[in-house]
Design a protein around this ligand. Structure first.
Ligand code: ZN
Length: 386
């Protein structure tokens, strides 16, 4: 197995699960002293020193300088991951665009790009991916691997996109095609799962045993971390909550369900419901949010209905999985801040009576978040094999 910790081939045999655990602890929670790392991992100080030695020699870890050294005894220098030791490219595919980033080992974005997809022909999309990789690469930075994310049935360790509704693909060996064009290892992942991985290691999910990420945009996505594990399922499909029935007399979704969450709470549904009632087909989603903010009665009612639907979605997921926190994100997350009162009233109403409503964190969305998630999925796969 090749991985981020195994660039030095001579050391391949010596990378152990314990060494990976130390590395992940410092990657996610560092910097910290050796004593603190040993305590957190339930290791003896000597065991920790032995495990970190090769990581220091290979440059994955560095000792941070301490300004005020204690005059007595040898100071314990905090250990941290050297962010510049490895670089990843993350690419998110949508129906009409490709978003790309290059990140360092701590998932900080170092370069970004955005390209249009002229059509959904596989070779044309692969060619655009290769162009993005060239744009994001620099001679000084060796890329460890490429993470590619998209909505659909796709999972790390499997080179095939089994189904992608937005691209109309079935059984496309995308990882192999991109590797042939770029010469780099490729990790495929579902976009929501990749974004959840980024929250788990570098976002609001750090330090949470169980959390849920719910994304609101063109669809409603749901990623689950339960007892420290990013949930996977049959075909890696979990968290398919978008068609939860909210009101049997509500509007129709694109699948013909009456009153499901998607018929109220996607950016498409909000725009459609406001346009139809106001008879203003020119309105964009942002126009609709502006109208709701400015107190237009129809726009406000539609956005409040979306907030209520999302409150029920969050309560239902929380009732089922018991997360410590629910993180809300995605391109349309702003509508929850507008419908805050309706959202929380619905969350309270649908939370099981034996528990308190789950804490909710609303994370403002940046356009390159999905691509950064893809880079973190590649990093996580390289480090843990999952
Ligand atoms: Zn539906």
């Amino acid at each position: 197995m090749s991985g981020v910790l195994q660039i030095n081939a001579a050391r391949t045999a010596s990378v152990t699960d314990a060494m990976r655990s130390v590395f992940v602890e410092l990657l996610v929670h560092g910097p910290m002293s050796r004593a603190e790392a040993a305590r957190r991992l339930n290791l003896s100080p000597s065991a920790l020193t032995k495990l970190t030695k090769p990581l220091l020699e290979d440059g994955y870890l560095v000792e941070q300088p301490v300004e005020n050294r204690n005059a007595v005894g040898r100071p314990s220098l905090p250990l941290s991951v050297d962010a510049s030791r490895a670089q990843f490219i993350g690419i998110k595919l949508t129906a009409d665009q490709l978003f790309g980033v290059r990140t360092d080992l701590l998932a900080t974005v170092r370069a970004e790009t955005r390209l249009s997809l002229p059509n959904h022909d596989v070779q044309a999309v692969v060619a655009q991916i290769a162009t993005a990789v060239r744009q994001l690469s620099e001679p000084d930075y060796r890329i460890t691997s490429i993470g590619l994310s998209l909505a659909g049935v796709v999972s790390p360790g499997d080179p095939v996109v089994h189904a992608s509704p937005f691209l109309g693909w079935r059984q496309v060996p995308l990882a192999d095609l991109v590797r042939e064009q770029t010469g780099l290892p490729v990790v495929l992942d579902n976009d929501v799962r990749a974004l959840t991985a980024a929250q788990q290691w570098f976002g609001a999910g750090v330090g949470q045993r169980s959390f849920t990420l719910i994304t609101v945009g063109a669809g409603i996505g749901c990623g689950l971390v339960i007892n420290g594990q990013l949930a996977t399922g049959h075909n890696r499909a979990t968290g398919l909550i978008g068609h939860l029935v909210i009101d049997g007399n509500g509007p129709l979704c694109e699948q013909g369900h009456r009153g499901c969450a998607r018929s109220y709470a996607t950016s498409t549904a909000v725009r459609r419901n406001i346009r139809a009632t106001l008879d203003r087909p020119e309105l964009t989603f942002d126009d609709c949010l502006t109208l709701a903010r400015d107190g237009n009665t129809v726009a406000r009612r539609v956005v409040d209905d979306a907030g209520r639907a999302l409150g029920q979605v969050v309560a239902t997921v929380a009732n089922l999985t018991g997360p410590d926190v629910v993180i809300l994100s995605g391109e349309a997350v702003d509508m929850i801040t507008i419908s805050d009162t309706a959202f929380h009233a619905s969350l309270n109403e649908h939370t099981h009576w034996t528990t308190d409503p789950v804490p909710v964190v609303i994370k403002p969305f940046a356009f390159n978040e999905w691509a950064r998630g893809a880079a973190v999925a590649a990093l996580q796969y390289q480090v843990t094999g999952e």
